[in-house]
Ligand binder design. Structure first.
Ligand SMILES: [Zn+2]
Length: 140
């Protein structure tokens, strides 16, 4: 392969900006491309091989509007994940049976997370940190 045998290039500032900005995509450009297992071709072939499983569930529950937290909403959520990632989020990793959702925990509910992890014996107390150093007052 011809070309400079180095891993750097020195530019004038404007030349550098010109080189960098030519890689900024146009507004609306298609930027996400799926290859291999997640490509449309592969997903289509897998869907044809086993037609009813992943496709039927979202359609049957998608007909009516769903109340948040309802049983249908839970099924729809799981069906959408199953359709996109082709993995059942409600399947128990140990025995394979269907797991039930007992609660949704949001990021702000740190006390709930701590309570659950303490109950499961998984809570680890983080060592206390020193306070940040006090900056020296500027002399001037
Ligand atoms: Zn299980």
């Amino acid at each position: 392969m011809a070309g400079p045998k180095r891993n750097f290039q020195i530019f004038d500032p404007l030349d550098f900006l010109a080189e960098v900005t030519q890689h900024i995509p146009e507004k609306g450009d298609h930027q996400i491309r799926y290859y291999g297992w997640y490509s449309n071709k592969n997903r289509g072939q897998r869907a044809k091989a086993q037609p009813a499983v992943a496709v039927a569930e979202p359609q049957e529950s998608g007909a009516k509007p769903l109340a948040p937290g309802g049983k249908q909403a839970r099924k729809r959520w799981a069906a959408l994940i199953k359709q996109v990632y082709e993995a059942d989020p409600l399947a128990c990793p140990k025995c394979g049976s269907e797991m039930r959702i007992i609660a949704f925990i949001e990021r702000r509910q740190t006390e709930v997370v701590e309570k659950i992890l303490r109950h499961c014996g998984l809570w680890e107390e983080a060592p206390a940190r020193d306070p940040p150093p006090v900056p020296e007052p500027a002399v001037g």
